[in-house]
Design a protein around this ligand. Sequence first.
Ligand SMILES: CC(C)(COP(=O)(O)OP(=O)(O)OC[C@H]1O[C@@H](n2cnc3c(N)ncnc32)[C@H](O)[C@@H]1OP(=O)(O)O)[C@@H](O)C(=O)NCCC(=O)NCCS
Length: 192
Amino acid sequence: MNHADDAVDRWQAADGSWLEMRQMRPDDEPRVKQSLNTLSANSRRNRFFGSIAEFSDEAVHRLVSVDPQKEYLLVVVRREDAIEIPIAGGRFVEHEKQPECTFSLLIGDAWQGQGIGRRLLKALLREASLRGLRTMRGDVLADNRPMLSLARSLHFALVDSDQGDGVVQIVCDLPDAASTSWRSFVHTVLRK
Ligand SMILES: CC(C)(COP(=O)(O)OP(=O)(O)OC[C@H]1O[C@@H](n2cnc3c(N)ncnc32)[C@H](O)[C@@H]1OP(=O)(O)O)[C@@H](O)C(=O)NCCC(=O)NCCS
């Protein structure tokens, strides 16, 4: 299938391969399943807060099916012989009653620590602000140092979570994209 250029971001990784960030498409599903099933136990636990032995077709379908009015789902792919291999993803889901959303990130083990999580989280923050949302939240295991330091560096605050022991919540206030504080947000957070 031919897709219009819907890249949100495109850059070269440390190993020289070209990576592209774009919205998830339904035809990504089989390769997302393959990528999810190669994740380490630690990454599965940090993202899903439990041990998942195998991602089934149904589970993957639920993960990649979004309502574009209420959700935003980005994938980062690496092109290999004209095939796009998903290596990372990030999403937010809007809350029902408040202008808020909850995000999550997942970077493939071999690709962690190369700035991909930071790029994805900034893209999510930008889209959430442009949609008029005022708060972004994330639930994180209290021992997930990489996620907590990434969040801290992008000005998230730490609050209690209702997700149980061992889970903390990170919160970021989003400016109105039409306000003067938007420019400072772009400068101090999105450009970091
Ligand atoms: C947590 C996660 C999203 C971070 O993404 P990443 O691409 O690995 O992180 P980045 O390379 O963008 O690093 C951004 C910052 O995170 C922090 N960080 C990343 N890896 C780290 C590590 N191993 N230890 C401590 N801090 C780390 C640093 O502050 C880093 O900033 P720096 O590069 O200026 O030092 C990613 O590792 C991941 O998907 N882990 C498994 C699933 C998960 O934990 N999801 C979060 C729950 S929502």
